[in-house]
Design a protein around this ligand. Structure first.
Ligand code: SF4
Length: 332
């Protein structure tokens, strides 16, 4: 099978393992304030074959030591401070932000970051926030280290580890990290119109599987490259990552599979076509898993010489679990 034009000007799809950053206590390292860890607070086993983990503990990094006094977020949602629970005069707000700034350069070499949920340093969302020293917590905060990373690296795939017990969120995160890696390789020597169009061509059905409106917006962006290419490229990347943050569903996967079926409708016999369509429908109804169906479609496309469709990243991006598979129970 010859390569379609877009494959000839793009790097190979990235292979595991990618490097991602992770809150160090999630790796099992005893770095929490009480000398413990939270290795069970994310589905590590589902991810180990895909990633090498770069552990970061900001509270140890700013010199608080282990064990240490615990801290919490106090103040307004837009400007909280990280202060000691027992001793409010301990204020590490600036130290956490400075430490995040110091770690930023190395995050240009990773393709994702998994944070410990609800931590006043690392939690991405829903961190307990106290309006004042005596006020009860509301889940409206963001860990100060994580907040600075999210602000400075808005396209880097970020997720609270606990959220990854959800199969859809897990699939979305994994896809975003591999697309991020593919993008970094694609623009390693700069971007031009041909590369942007080729990248979009390779990711077209992958994007469609996540959200059709985003797929349409991205198509519109690359269909008119008469403006400033850097501006268009930034807009493209933001829209791409926002779209991939929507987890795919059985219906959205089935929609893509039906599109791919169109590439083999002339090479399959009537009975094969009916069997394939029935398999897609059975998948959509939750009666069969996705992976064997993807394998079957790949084979049909190769046999048909449908190079463009067979080379779609949708058919090659690593997956950790068939959508709808039961994931490990969430631990608190
Ligand atoms: S949540 Fe963050 S700061 Fe707290 S122990 Fe884990 S890595 Fe360290």
């Amino acid at each position: 099978m010859s390569s379609p034009a877009f494959r000839d000007i793009l790097p190979p799809f990235p292979e595991p393992p990618l490097t991602i950053a992770v809150s160090e206590c999630l790796t099992g390292a005893p770095v929490r304030y009480d000398g413990g860890h939270r290795a069970s607070a994310w589905p590590r086993e589902a991810l180990e074959h895909l990633y090498g983990f770069r552990p970061i503990c900001p509270e140890v990094g700013i010199g608080l030591g282990v064990p240490r006094a615990s801290i919490r977020l106090v103040g307004a949602p837009g400007a909280p401070q990280a202060v000691g629970v027992e001793d409010p005069s301990l204020d590490v707000t600036e130290r956490l932000r400075d430490y995040a700034n110091a770690r930023l350069p190395e995050l240009d070499e990773v393709d994702g970051y998994i944070f410990k949920a609800r931590s006043p340093s690392c939690g991405l969302q829903g961190v307990p926030l106290h309006a004042g020293p005596e006020a009860p917590p509301i889940p409206a905060g963001r860990g100060l280290f994580a907040a600075r990373i999210a602000e400075a690296r808005p396209r880097l795939p970020l997720e609270d580890g606990e959220n990854l017990f959800d199969a859809g969120a897990l699939e979305s995160f994994v896809t975003r990290t591999f697309v991020h890696a593919f993008w970094r390789r694609t623009i390693a020597d700069g971007i031009d119109a041909a590369r942007l169009v080729a990248f979009h061509s390779a990711c077209k059905y992958l994007v469609m599987a996540h959200a059709v409106p985003g797929y349409r917006r991205l198509g519109a962006l690359v269909s008119d490259l008469s403006g400033d290419l850097q501006t268009i490229t930034q807009r493209y990347l933001k829209t791409l990552m926002d779209t991939l943050a929507t987890p795919p569903t059985r219906s959205s996967h089935a929609n893509v599979l039906q599109h791919l079926q169109g590439y083999v409708k002339r090479t399959l016999g009537a009975e094969q076509r009916r069997a394939l369509a029935a398999s897609v429908e059975a998948y959509r109804l939750g009666k069969r898993p996705l992976e064997p169906l993807l394998n079957a479609i790949r084979e049909h496309l190769r046999a048909a010489g449908a190079d463009y469709a067979a080379s779609q990243y949708y058919l090659h991006v690593p997956r950790v679990a068939r959508f709808g598979d039961e994931m490990p129970a969430r631990e608190r």
